[in-house]
Ligand binder design. Sequence first.
Ligand code: SF4
Ligand code: SF4
Length: 170
Amino acid sequence: MLQPRQCGACTLCCTVIAVEELGKAQGVDCQHSIPGKGCAIHRSPLRPRACGRFECQWLIQRQMPDSFRPDLTGVVLTAIDSPPRLLAVCDEADALAWRREPIYSFLKRQTRSQLIAPITVLARSGPRLWLLTATTDLDLGEVSADSVLQVVTADDGTVTVSVQPPAPPP
Ligand code: SF4
Ligand code: SF4
C-alpha cells in the first residue's frame, strides 16, 4: 500500500491560499509558515480549521508524480466539489506557472476527462482567473473561482464564457 505523502519542504499553499481565520490574504506568507519546514502550529489547536480542511491534490492523490510537488512546479492543485472544478493556484510572482510543463499538459488532459462528470479546469493567480478548455485558455479577468460560469462552444470550436457572481450559500 502506498504511504501517505508528506509536504516535505513545500509551503506553497501557506502563501497562495487566503485564510480568513488569520486575516491572511492570498499571496501573503502565513505568519506561522516556516520556509522549507512547514507549519509551526500544525499540531496546535490554534491551527485554523480551514487549513485542516484544505485538500492539496498532490498530497492526497498518491498517483500524481513526485515532480508535481507544488513548490517544484509553482502550482497548488486543489478541487472544488460542486460544481466539479480543478483549480491550479499560482503565486502572483509566478502567475503563469500553470502554463509550464508538466502541469500544463496535465491540466489540458483534465479538460477532456469525463470519468465522473465534466470537470471545469481553472487557473488562478491572485484575483485573476483563467478557464482552460481542450482547445483554448481564456483570461476571465479578476473574478472569483466560485463564480458561475456558462461555457458555450460553437461548432467552429470558438469558446465563449459568461461569468455570474457565485451563488449564495444554501
Ligand atoms: S501545497 Fe500541498 S504539499 Fe505544499 S505545503 Fe501545501 S499541502 Fe503541503
Ligand atoms: S496556519 Fe499553518 S497550515 Fe495554515 S496557512 Fe499558516 S502555516 Fe499554513
